[in-house]
Design a protein around this ligand. Structure first.
Ligand code: SF4
Ligand code: SF4
Length: 218
C-alpha cells in the first residue's frame, strides 16, 4: 500500500483542528446533524454495505444479456436486493476516511482506509461481522444514498440515482470485477490503514483522486 500526501488545503493547524473525522455512521450524523436515535432505521428496501458484495453479479449479468439491463429500466426503488447489491462496483472508496470542515461543510477524502478494508481487493476483510469491529459502518439505503453528499461520482448508486448510465468498467457492464481496478477508479494500492493513526494526522493524507473519473485520475 502507498500513502498519499496532503494537498495542502488544511495546512493551517487551527483549521485542521476544526475538522472532524467522518466515516460511515459518524459521518452521516455529523453531516446531517442527526442524533443516533434519529438515524434512519433499517429500511425495508434493499440495502448494501459498501465493499462487501459481488456475489450476484454474474447471475445478474447473464440475466441481462438478452434484454435491456435492469439499471436502465428500473428505478433504484424497484430493484431487487440482488440487483441493488450488484450496483456496487467494488471500488472501496466509501471505506476511506473523510474530513469535514465544520465552517464550510466541505468534505474531503483521505487515503486512510477503514481498518477492515483490504487495500488490494478493496473488499471488507470481515464483512459478515464488521459491525462488531466497526459499529458505525454505514448500511447504504436509498434514503441514505440521497442524504450522503460525499459518495464519489463514480459510485454506481449515485450514477443511477442521478440518471446516468454505468461506465464501461463497471462489473455489470464488463462482466469482470477487475475492470474497476484496471480503469484506475478504485482505491487499490492507494490507501494506508487507519490502524494506529492519530486522527489529527488525517489531514496529511487528504487526496482528490476519489472525486475524479477515469483518465482524470493520476
Ligand atoms: S463508493 Fe459506491 S460503488 Fe464504490 S464501494 Fe462504495 S457503495 Fe460500492
Ligand atoms: S467495516 Fe470498513 S471496510 Fe468493512 S464495509 Fe464497513 S467501512 Fe468498509
Amino acid at each position: 500500500m502507498s500513502s498519499s500526501q496532503s494537498d495542502g488545503r488544511f495546512a493551517d493547524k487551527e483549521q485542521a483542528l476544526s475538522l472532524t473525522m467522518v466515516n460511515s455512521d459518524r459521518a452521516l450524523r455529523k453531516l446531517l446533524g442527526l442524533s443516533v436515535a434519529s438515524l434512519p432505521p433499517p429500511a425495508p428496501m434493499p440495502v448494501l454495505c459498501c465493499a462487501g458484495t459481488a456475489k450476484t453479479r454474474n447471475t445478474q449479468l447473464s440475466e441481462t444479456m438478452t434484454q435491456q439491463p435492469f439499471w436502465k429500466t428500473k428505478t433504484l426503488a424497484e430493484m431487487s436486493n440482488a440487483e441493488w447489491e450488484s450496483l456496487c462496483d467494488g471500488c472501496g472508496l466509501c471505506c476511506l476516511n473523510k474530513l469535514e470542515d465544520w465552517d464550510t461543510g466541505e468534505v474531503v477524502f483521505t487515503s486512510v482506509a477503514c481498518k477492515l478494508l483490504d487495500g488490494d481487493s478493496c473488499r471488507c476483510k470481515d464483512y459478515e461481522n464488521r459491525q462488531e469491529t466497526v459499529p458505525d459502518c454505514i448500511q447504504l439505503t436509498l434514503k441514505g444514498l440521497r442524504e450522503i453528499k460525499w459518495l464519489p461520482p463514480t459510485c454506481g448508486y449515485r450514477l443511477i440515482d442521478e440518471g446516468h448510465d454505468l461506465y464501461w468498467w463497471h462489473p455489470l457492464v464488463s462482466g469482470d470485477p477487475e475492470t474497476v481496478h484496471a480503469a484506475g477508479v478504485s482505491a487499490r494500492g492507494r490507501t494506508i490503514s487507519e490502524e494506529g493513526m492519530d486522527v489529527e494526522d488525517l489531514e496529511d493524507y487528504v487526496v482528490d483522486w476519489p472525486l475524479k473519473v477515469g483518465s482524470e485520475r493520476g
